[in-house]
Design a protein around this ligand. Structure first.
Ligand SMILES: *[C@@H]1O[C@H](CO)[C@@H](O)[C@H](O)[C@H]1NC(C)=O
Ligand SMILES: *[C@@H]1O[C@H](CO)[C@@H](O)[C@H](O)[C@H]1NC(C)=O
Ligand SMILES: *[C@@H]1O[C@H](CO)[C@@H](O)[C@H](O)[C@H]1NC(C)=O
Ligand SMILES: *[C@@H]1O[C@H](CO)[C@@H](O)[C@H](O)[C@H]1NC(C)=O
Ligand SMILES: *[C@@H]1O[C@H](CO)[C@@H](O)[C@H](O)[C@H]1NC(C)=O
Ligand SMILES: *[C@@H]1O[C@H](CO)[C@@H](O)[C@H](O)[C@H]1NC(C)=O
Ligand SMILES: *[C@@H]1O[C@H](CO)[C@@H](O)[C@H](O)[C@H]1NC(C)=O
Ligand SMILES: *[C@@H]1O[C@H](CO)[C@@H](O)[C@H](O)[C@H]1NC(C)=O
Ligand SMILES: *[C@@H]1O[C@H](CO)[C@@H](O)[C@H](O)[C@H]1NC(C)=O
Ligand SMILES: *[C@@H]1O[C@H](CO)[C@@H](O)[C@H](O)[C@H]1NC(C)=O
Ligand SMILES: *[C@@H]1O[C@H](CO)[C@@H](O)[C@H](O)[C@H]1NC(C)=O
Length: 668
């Protein structure tokens, strides 16, 4: 481009007109992508309508994103100059032909992405050259059979992705010898039948992830997967679960996905269908978005060896009676179901659970009393977004949950705390009550006053109002407190009183609280405070004196009504402190020189200087503070004084000269 420009200049000088006949190549850009940790050798030429690899690209390029261009075919010379290539993305480049030796000089190539190219020809030695090709992505390339892929050079392959094609059989050709394969993806193909012969080559592999998601499988030879140990088998959206479990007899997998997609046309699981699972060794089972026919104890009868079970969105309204105990289950996911009463989950069936999720229940969930009593190991409980309304929470509801550490009850309707709420869960560390209307009635005792280990409390938009005072009682370990969107009495944060109970606070969020003022010592007991968000309020002063430690603090005062900040409010901000003053009606007049001069000297302490602009005077409205240069003249008093001094000096000098001259000429 530079050379064309100089040509152009030369031509103009010679009086010749220069009409460029074709547009100059658009430039590839260097990307610093932490993913590959080889920042300075990564280039992106994505979507530049290129028809060849540009010559300007350095020979040392290691990572090249060449997606969305027009290459049509790959030859042995296509990438021969880029000998150091490790990663090559050729997504949607309209490549139809990959000729012999297309990558023959790219010995270090580890990843080739050919997604979205309709491949008509792959030469026998198409993948010869790379010494250790590990990842090959052939998604949506129009493949109908695996025999189309030359396998002899793929011995080191770890990932082979063949999704969204027209493959009928997962039979790998005999020439496929890799023992390192970890991930084999056949999702969205036309595989209907899996025979023992197809699976033979997989027997030499271990810890494989095999994805058969979205294939319409109607038959698997019984037991074909036995004696293969999988890490993950993904049969999501395969309609008939009985078929799959028959095929899996005797098999071993860490995780098994039998879920579906939202709104997919999928058969309900009959009570007998899941019987097959007793002869499959599996730790983690997913049945998301399935439904159960005639749900009974029998349905889950054979799942007693599971460690995690995911029943998200399975239209469950109860965990059926007569179920055998699941004695090793650690994690149970019951999100997006239809429970009416918490006791309907029958917690005695899975007494060892440590993580329980009942999020997004579609019915109003009644917490009842002691429904979770058997879960003495429960640490993590998610009941968010489940329309819960409870007028005496949560003493009886969470009885015996002594191991509880994390409770999420955000996005519910209303919780009323009449006394100590979690009296048997004194080890609670995280409590999220955001967007749930919280009411407390007993003003002599804080509902959380026994939670001496609580570290994170989210009360945003919880309408706590005046009750905030005793909600914070006893929370001496609290580090993070979110009070966003709550209103305080008369809009003022008063001195000390409120926050002196939470003296270890590090993060305090008070945005959108309609605050008008903060008293001078409001946060002075909070010596560890590091992050304070006071944005989106109605504050008119930037009151840094309210904080006791201004050495490493983040103060967000954005979106308030601050006009002027005196310099002494700023000088104490030191070290790594950062302030955000954007979207305030700041004055850029001589009455605000304190801020204006400090600002320029401390631009490293300013967040969002783009939006920190003047609003007054009108002539400077919208100008970034950084670019304001004010010449603040001397005051009238000073001017009079200086004039007086100057006149006096001149007068005195004049008199002295006269005197001197008089003396000199007296003798004459
Ligand atoms: C590949 O490299 C070899 C030796 O470095 C060289 O002789 C050959 O011409 C190269 N191939 C291409 C297509 O540039
Ligand atoms: C099996 O593979 C998974 C994912 O590919 C990996 O996280 C796990 O560590 C592997 N396990 C063994 C025993 O190699
Ligand atoms: C599902 O598979 C089982 C076992 O192969 C078979 O008996 C049943 O008819 C199938 N169900 C449907 C609806 O195709
Ligand atoms: C489970 O395996 C045992 C032998 O290992 C066999 O007798 C039984 O029929 C198998 N069950 C099913 C449902 O295939
Ligand atoms: C489901 O239950 C109904 C009535 O309870 C019964 O008529 C039907 O046969 C059952 N279906 C199966 C598949 O068990
Ligand atoms: C609680 O759940 C809500 C919504 O389900 C989620 O956004 C939030 O991050 C969760 N809180 C915690 C502390 O995990
Ligand atoms: C907690 O409250 C319940 C119900 O009021 C009571 O039965 C229980 O003894 C209390 N537990 C503790 C540890 O105070
Ligand atoms: C309020 O708290 C006090 C002090 O712990 C307690 O004695 C009293 O019973 C509580 N009142 C109610 C209504 O729970
Ligand atoms: C509540 O605040 C905590 C800590 O900042 C955060 O992890 C959580 O996601 C918040 N909850 C919601 C519902 O936003
Ligand atoms: C700044 O620090 C000094 C000395 O620690 C203190 O006397 C003064 O009050 C502080 N100013 C503000 C505005 O906090
Ligand atoms: C400054 O604070 C405002 C309001 O919270 C926020 O929108 C903006 O993103 C912040 N600036 C930066 C750079 O984070």
């Amino acid at each position: 481009m530079a050379s064309c420009t100089s040509w152009w200049v030369l031509m103009v000088l010679l009086g010749v007109s220069c009409e460029p006949t074709k547009p100059v190549d658009k430039m590839c850009t260097e990307v610093s992508d932490n993913l590959f940790l080889i920042a300075d050798r990564s280039y992106s030429c994505e979507g530049l309508e290129l028809t060849k690899i540009p010559d300007q690209l350095p020979f040392t390029t290691k990572v090249l994103d060449f997606s969305f261009n027009f290459l049509y075919s790959l030859h042995s010379s296509s990438f021969s100059k880029l000998k150091d290539l490790i990663y090559l993305d050729l997504t949607r480049c309209q490549i139809n032909w990959v000729y012999e030796g297309a990558f023959e000089n790219n010995s270090y190539l580890e990843t080739i992405v050919l997604t979205g190219n309709h491949l008509l020809f792959l030469g026998d030695t198409a993948f010869t050259g790379p010494l250790s090709l590990k990842h090959l992505d052939l998604t949506q390339t129009g493949l109908t059979s695996l025999t189309f892929i030359p396998m002899q050079d793929l011995d080191n392959l770890e990932t082979l992705i063949l999704g969204n094609n027209y493959i009928h059989s997962l039979q790998l050709p005999p020439s496929f010898k890799t023992r390192h394969l970890k991930y084999l993806d056949f999702q969205m193909n036309n595989i209907q039948r899996i025979s023992a012969k197809d699976v033979m080559p997989l027997k030499q592999l271990s810890n494989l992830t095999l994805v058969l998601k979205g294939n319409h499988i109607v038959h698997i030879d019984p037991g074909v997967f036995s004696s293969i140990s999988f890490y993950n088998l993904d049969f999501s959206s395969c309609a008939n679960v009985s078929v799959i479990l028959k095929g899996l007899q005797g098999g071993q997998t860490v995780a098994l996905q039998l879920g579906a997609f939202v709104d997919s046309d999928i058969l309900p699981i009959s009570p007998s269908a899941l019987h097959g699972i007793r002869n499959v060794s599996v730790d983690h089972l997913t049945l998301q978005y399935r439904t159960f026919l005639n749900l009974s104890g029998e349905t889950f009868e054979w799942m007693t060896k599971l460690q995690t079970l995911d029943l998200t969105h399975t239209s469950l309204f109860e965990v059926p009676l007569g179920l055998h105990r699941m004695d090793v289950l650690k994690e149970l996911n019951l999100n997006e179901n239809k429970f009416v009463h918490l006791c309907d989950i029958r917690s005695s069936v899975f007494p060892t659970v440590t993580h329980l999720y009942i999020r997004g229940n579609s019915k109003e969930l009644d917490l009842g009393a002691k429904c979770l009593e058997s879960l003495s190991k429960l640490q993590y409980l998610d009941l968010s977004n489940s329309q819960i309304e409870d007028l005496d929470c949560c003493r009886k509801q969470f009885a015996a949950l002594s191991a509880l550490q994390h409770v999420n009850m955000s996005y519910n309707r209303k919780l009323l705390f009449q006394s100590i709420a979690f009296n048997e869960s004194a080890n609670l560390m995280v409590l999220d009550l955001a967007f749930t209307h919280i009411v407390t009635t007993n003003s002599s005792q804080g509902p959380f006053s026994n939670l001496h280990f609580l570290q994170i409390l989210n009360l945003s938009y919880s309408q706590i109002g005046q009750n905030i005072q005793h909600i914070l009682q006893g929370l001496e370990s609290l580090r993070v407190l979110n009070l966003k969107g709550n209103n305080f009495e008369s809009g003022i944060i008063l001195n000390d009183k409120l926050f002196q109970q939470v003296c270890n606070l590090e993060v305090l969020i008070l945005s959108y609280c309609k605050l008008l003022a903060i008293e001078t010592k409001a946060f002075s007991t909070l010596r560890k405070l590091q992050h304070v968000d006071l944005s989106h309020n109605n504050l008119i002063t930037f009151n840094s004196g309210a904080f006791s430690n201004l050495r490493n603090i983040y103060l967000n005062f954005a979106n308030n009504r601050i006009h002027i900040i005196p310099r002494d409010m700023l000088t104490n901000l030191s070290g790594q402190s950062i302030i955000n003053l954007s979207y305030n009606p700041l004055e850029c007049t001589c009455s605000n020189t304190g801020l204006l001069t400090w600002y320029k000297q401390n631009i490293d302490k300013i967040e969002d200087s783009e939006e920190t602009v003047c609003s007054e005077p009108k002539s400077l409205a919208g100008t970034k503070l950084l670019f304001v240069n004010l010449f603040c003249g001397y005051s009238t008093a000073k001017v009079i004084l200086i004039t007086f001094v100057v006149i006096t000096v001149i007068g005195v000098t004049f008199i002295l000269i006269i005197r001197f001259l008089q003396r000199k000429y007296q003798h004459i």
